[in-house]
Design a protein around this ligand. Structure first.
Ligand code: TZP
Ligand code: MG
Length: 219
C-alpha cells in the first residue's frame, strides 16, 4: 500500500492544549494531511466512541485514512480505516486476524527485530521511533534516522518515522528512507495547527515524489 500523505498527524488530547479534536482535525485536513490517527490513552471508551466516530466520518468525507491507536475494538466500532498497535498492545498477528481484509494495520517498533516481526505479523506499515528526543512519550527509545536507513532495504512496506519530528528535521527522516513522518506536538501543540501541517507538507512535497535509494518493492 501507499500512504495517502507524507505527513501523518496524530491527534492526542493530552497535547492539544484544550482544543477540541474535531476542529483540530478540520485544520489538519485544511493543511493537507490525509493520514490521521486518534491517540487517546485516558478517555473512557463510552466517551471516546462518539468522538472517534465523528473523526472517522469526517476523514472518510475528506478522503483521509483514519487510524485508531491501541484499541482494535474502537477501530472496528467506528469503521476506521486502520489500527495502530505498539509493543505493549494486542499483538500485531492477533490484530491482523480480527481486522477485516483491507483494513490497515500499523505497528510501532524500536529496533530491527521488532520491525521484522511486525512485517511477519502482517503490518501494512512499520513505524520506527523515537527518531529524535520527544517530550510526548515517556521512556522513549532514541533510534535516530539511522534505524530508518538500516531498515529501508529490508522492509518492503512503508516506513513511518516518529518522535520529535518538526518541520525543521522532517526532511532528514524522508531522506533516510521513510515514506511519512508521524507528528504529535509539532501539529497538535502548535499555535496554528493548519499552518503547521501545511509547513510540513510543503517541506516534504518535493522529497516524497523523488525516487529514493531503496524504495520498498511493490507488494
Ligand atoms: N512513539 C514514539 S515517539 C512518540 C510515539 C508515540 C511520540 C511522538 O510525539 P512527538 O510530539 O511528535 O514527538
Ligand atoms: Mg499503543
Amino acid at each position: 500500500m501507499r500512504l495517502p500523505s507524507p505527513v501523518y498527524v496524530i491527534l492526542d488530547p493530552e497535547v492539544s492544549r484544550g482544543r477540541a479534536l474535531p476542529s483540530m482535525l478540520d485544520s489538519v485536513l485544511a493543511g493537507g494531511a490525509r493520514l490521521i490517527q486518534l491517540r487517546d490513552k485516558h478517555t473512557p471508551l463510552a466517551e471516546l466512541y462518539p468522538l472517534a466516530l465523528r473523526l472517522s466520518d469526517r476523514c472518510r468525507q475528506a478522503g483521509a485514512l483514519f487510524i485508531v491507536n491501541d484499541r482494535a475494538d474502537l477501530a472496528l466500532a467506528v469503521g476506521a480505516g486502520g489500527l495502530h498497535v505498539g509493543q505493549d498492545d494486542l499483538p500485531a498477528a492477533a490484530a491482523r486476524r480480527i481486522l477485516p481484509a483491507g483494513m490497515i494495520l500499523g505497528v510501532s517498533t524500536h529496533d530491527p527485530d521488532q520491525a521484522y516481526r511486525a512485517l511477519a505479523d502482517g503490518a501494512d506499515y512499520v513505524a520506527v521511533g523515537s527518531i529524535y528526543p520527544t517530550g510526548t512519550k515517556a521512556g522513549f527509545q532514541l533510534v535516530g534516522p539511522e534505524l530508518v536507513r538500516a531498515l529501508r532495504p529490508e522492509i518492503p512496506v512503508p516506513l513511518v518515522g516518529i518522535g520529535g519530528i518538526t518541520a525543521d528535521n522532517a526532511a532528514q527522516v524522508l531522506e533516510a528512507g521513510a515514506d511519512a513522518v508521524a507528528v504529535i506536538s509539532a501539529v497538535c501543540g502548535a499555535d496554528d495547527p493548519e499552518a503547521a501541517t501545511r509547513r510540513l507538507m510543503d517541506r516534504l512535497a518535493l522529497i516524497a515524489d523523488r525516487p529514493r535509494p531503496n524504495p520498498p518493492p511493490a507488494r
